[in-house]
Write a protein that binds this ligand. Structure first.
Ligand code: AHR
Length: 511
């Protein structure tokens, strides 16, 4: 058994928890929309075709904001195809995912669904095949009250009141050669700048996200952000980041430490943003929208060992990238959320990609049930309990050796404290694969008075680190009570088994 110590001082804070950090993503891809959130005729669907079983799980998971409608999909999408009477909507080819898009689900349906799910909408525009004109028309359609061509068209489609969409993405992954309408940083930067200007002339209240690098490993990473922001700095509020992680060749130790990579990726983008700010003598601050992140087992598009990666035939809702998430994956997801929260002074939005079926925490079967993956749990608990202020922690942890990052802390943690209600939430993982760890949480300026909640996600009895929830056994991995939490002389003690993630919520008083 090893030992770790966490120190938390009431006065050392990173900033307020940006609630948009607990965002998700619905793309017209695979079975995320069709047979995911929307399946007319399903026994659990309401009159609008919204699956209530899926909606119930979404509400339990608690995303605050949902990005829509893509993803790679959006770079070939005509938003007008998805509005108006469903029977008049065209069937189109979606080149990004080799899929037939029926357009039975579009903007109005998503707005209705978002209202039912109680989430903010983050709408992406197409800057792949389209540009300024389609972008400003969409903002007018969505946000202008009435008395103009596009706003009256919306009203004629049944939405008398404007949708009031505040948050907009200026395209998706346009640095990527796979993207329809791929661009150089200068081409994209100018287009984004002019689209942003035109969109804000329609609605000055909107917030805009410029496209950053598709991943840290892109050859243009760094220079892309610098060039794009040099064009758009005054027009935009956020620059995007995307990152997907997976275990390579059974190297679980490195995989479990990928939050180290996320930390340094974020810090690199912050440095680039601030360099552009300084060089351009700007006074406003641009922040980060980490609008795609997750574990994703990418094995190459159309490779034979991953038949669901991209559809081979033209279908309306093929199974695409329906990854199954194990306990190991769930612990990694927990630590990625820690990294996002630790950087909540600059990362103001984050969207786990995606919400249902497509690399998702929720799975559903066509005509069948819906269930939670193991990775559902850290997200659900952090979305619920991360309230108030993000606390700066000092963590003194035993190390685990990794091939990718050298020695890293076995214990990875973050915490929030709500100064109004006095509740403190500690989110903590043991990334070690072998040893349990005794942890002491030493509070300064706060006295713990009781343990309100203590839950653990770890390898279930008799299982191994690969156990995952399945259709047959949807509750194989779930949260269990963490019995080892105690308070002694103002210090909180807990024991975390190897490979685990936990949440401890405490009642505190200020001292
Ligand atoms: O989330 C799946 C895909 O990953 C998105 O469509 C794209 O933006 C990213 O490459």
């Amino acid at each position: 058994m090893s030992a770790a110590r966490i120190i938390l001082d009431r006065d050392f804070q990173v900033g307020k928890v940006p609630r948009r950090l607990f965002g998700s993503f619905v793309e017209h891809m695979g079975r995320c929309v069709y047979t995911g959130i929307y399946e007319p005729g399903h026994p659990e669907a309401d009159e609008r075709g919204f699956r209530q079983d899926v909606l119930k799980l979404v509400k339990e998971m608690g995303p605050t904001v949902v990005r829509y409608p893509g993803g790679n999909f959006v770079s070939g999408y005509r938003w007008e195809d998805g509005v108006g009477p469903i029977e008049d909507r065209p069937r189109r080819i979606d080149g990004a995912w080799h899929t037939i898009e029926t357009n039975a689900f579009g903007l109005h349906e998503f707005m209705e669904w978002a209202k039912a799910a109680d989430v903010e909408v983050m709408e992406a525009i197409n800057l792949g095949t389209r540009g300024v004109e389609a972008a400003r028309a969409l903002v007018e359609y969505a946000n202008h009250p009435s008395g103009t061509y596009w706003s009256d068209l919306r009203r004629s489609h049944g939405a008398e009141e404007p949708f009031g969409i505040k948050l907009w993405c200026l395209g998706n992954e346009l640095d990527g050669p796979w993207q329809i309408g791929h661009k150089t940083a200068d081409e994209y930067g100018r287009l984004a700048q002019e689209s942003a200007k035109a969109m804000k002339l329609v609605d000055p209240e909107i917030e805009l996200v410029a496209v950053g690098s598709s991943s840290k490993s892109m050859p243009t990473f760094g220079s892309w952000e610098h060039t794009v922001l040099s064009h758009t700095y005054e027009e935009v509020d956020f620059v995007s980041m995307h990152a997907y992680y997976q275990e390579h060749d059974g190297d679980a130790a490195s995989f479990l430490a990928e939050a180290v990579d996320m930390d340094s990726f974020i810090e690199g983008v912050v440095a680039t943003i601030d360099a552009v700010k300084a060089a351009g003598k700007h006074t406003k601050q641009v922040d980060i929208s980490f609008d795609e992140w997750n574990v994703w087992y990418q094995r190459g598009l159309n490779s034979d060992d991953q038949p669901h990666q991209v559809a081979k035939e033209w279908k309306t809702h093929p199974r695409l990238i329906e990854d199954s998430y194990s306990v190991t994956d769930a612990v990694v997801v927990g630590t990625l959320l820690h990294s996002l929260l630790r950087h909540g002074d600059r990362v103001k939005i984050a969207n786990q990609a995606q919400l249902v079926n497509v690399i998702a925490p929720i799975l559903s079967e066509e005509g069948g049930p819906a269930w939670r993956q193991a990775s559902f749990w850290p997200f659900a608990r952090m979305s619920e309990l991360a309230q108030g202020n993000i606390m700066q922690l000092v963590v003194d942890s035993p190390k685990v050796p990794t091939a990718k990052f050298g020695d890293v802390d076995a214990v990875d943690a973050t915490a929030t404290w709500d100064d109004e209600g006095g509740k403190l939430a500690l989110f903590v993982a043991n990334r070690g694969l072998k040893e349990a760890t005794e942890i002491t949480l030493d509070l300064r300026g706060l006295a713990p008075t009781s343990v309100l909640r203590a839950e653990l996600l770890t390898i279930p009895e008799g299982g191994d680190r690969h156990v995952a929830n399945t259709l047959e056994n949807p509750e194989a991995v779930t949260l269990v009570p963490l019995d080892s939490v105690g308070i002694e002389d103002g210090v909180v003690n807990l024991r975390l088994p190897a490979l685990s993630w936990a949440v401890v919520q405490l009642e505190t008083t200020q001292i």
